[in-house]
Design a protein. Sequence first.
Length: 270
Amino acid sequence: TAFGNLMSDMWRGQFNSISPEVFQSVLEKRYPAFTSTAQQDAQEFLICVLNELHEALKNVRTQPCKKSCISNAAASRECVSATSVITQLFEGQLTHDITCLKCMTTARRPESFTVLSLPIPSRRPCSLQDCLKCFFQQDTLTCNNQVHCSWCGTKQDAAVKASITKAPQIIIFHLKRFEWQGDRRRKLSTSISYPLSGLDLSPYSSPVFCPEAQYSLCAVANHAGRVDNGHYTAFCKHSVTKNWYSFDDAMITKIRNSSVQTDRAYLLFY
């Protein structure tokens, strides 16, 4: 209800700016960590908002399970699926191909996502494509990370590679600017270039499911400051006029397309 009121106030156009204080205070009751005076992470806040909206708006359905998602012993069970406007807009699916390096048998494990957290591969300026290549590169699981191979019957070294098998309408990228170095946390201020349009995800998609997956940028959440304190701003593209605007608390400014690219980008919405 609080979110609905916030959307209504925003689109009614009666005020130059809208403060989401009521919505924030309602969410704070569910998640006490997000107090109005505490420094918190925008990505964690976003995930909580999406989860709460999904729970409030979901439509639960019971249906027979497909053979691909169940074992033979559970062939007669039913799957319970919950859909909402949140899953329709933001939910995608990764599939992990896990190949046993002894018998070369491959198993496929699907995983739903709403936000993809991308590593930053370099301290030098790089691109969003570099981050995506790093995220989707093949990894080898050994030692304590071995996986149980159903064919061999024992734990074995394995190669793991992920691909997008369901592309969401809106895909959110979280740039992992905060990392642990020993017992201290630090911020990566690497400049990352990202396209405003024509983002091609087909190299990271299964061609059977995603023959065409190109996206245009619609919003950016920026973080300025250090690890323990900072300030969030946003760039948003108007859905009708296609103009870009900067949102800095109550200050709203029309900006050029060239100004959307900054080294403060933290969340990218395509």
